[in-house]
Design a binder for this molecule. Sequence first.
Ligand code: GDP
Length: 216
Amino acid sequence: MTLETQKNNPYRTASYVISAHTLKQLPPDSGFEVAFAGRSNAGKSSAINTLTDQKSLARTSKTPGRTQQIVIFEIDEERRIADLPGYGYAKVPEQLRAHWRQVMQLYFNQRRSLRGVVLVMDIRHPLREFDEQMLNWCSVSGVHCHALLTKADKLKRGPAQATLLQVRKRLPRGATAQVFSSKSRAGLAELIARLDGWYGFTTMVNINDEQQGPMK
Ligand code: GDP
C-alpha cells in the first residue's frame, strides 16, 4: 500500500460494535451500511482486515463456518460494515443453513441502509452456487454489488486478468469486479475508491495507484 492510500483510507477507524444473531439486534437502520459476503474461507475476514488496516478486526480462521452472526463494525456514526456469515460450508446442519438463508433474505429485503455488497470470492473458485444466490438477492433488492476476487497472489497476472474478464461477463448488469490480494494488498486502492462512492466519501485515492505491478 502506498503512503498516499494509507493516509486517505477512512476505514482504518473501524471498530467492533456487535455480533447480531437476529436482525433486531442490529444497530438502527440509518446512514450507510456495506455488507461483506462470501463463501467460508474465500478470504472475507482477511479482506476486511486489509481494508481497515487492522490485523485482527475480523477474525480469520482455519475452521470455516464457525460464525453464524452478522458482525457489525462502525467506521463513524453514519457508516458501518456488516460482516455476513460465511456460507457454503458443508458441515453446517441443513436446519441452520435454512435459517440463515431466511435471515439473509430478510436482511436484503428490509435493511434500508444497505448500500452495497462486496461479494468476496477466491479468484480460483468464483461464482459458485451461493455466490449466484447473493448476486440474485442484490439484483432483486436493487443493492450495488462489487465482486472482490481475492487471493489473486495465488495466480499469475495473465490468468488473474482472464478470470476477471470472465467474471465481469457473467455478472448481472451494474455489478462490478476487481482482483484483490490481502497478502500483497494489490487492489486495495480500487476497493477503497468503490466503497468511498457507496459511503458518500469523496474519493481521494488514485485507483491506478496499485494496478501497475505484476500480481506475482
Ligand atoms: P473467510 O473465511 O472468508 O473469512 O477467510 P479468511 O480471511 O479467514 O481466509 C481463509 C484463508 O485464506 C486463511 O488461511 C488466509 O490466510 C488465507 N487468505 C486470505 N486472503 C488471502 C490472500 O489474499 N492471499 C493468500 N495467499 N491467502 C489468503
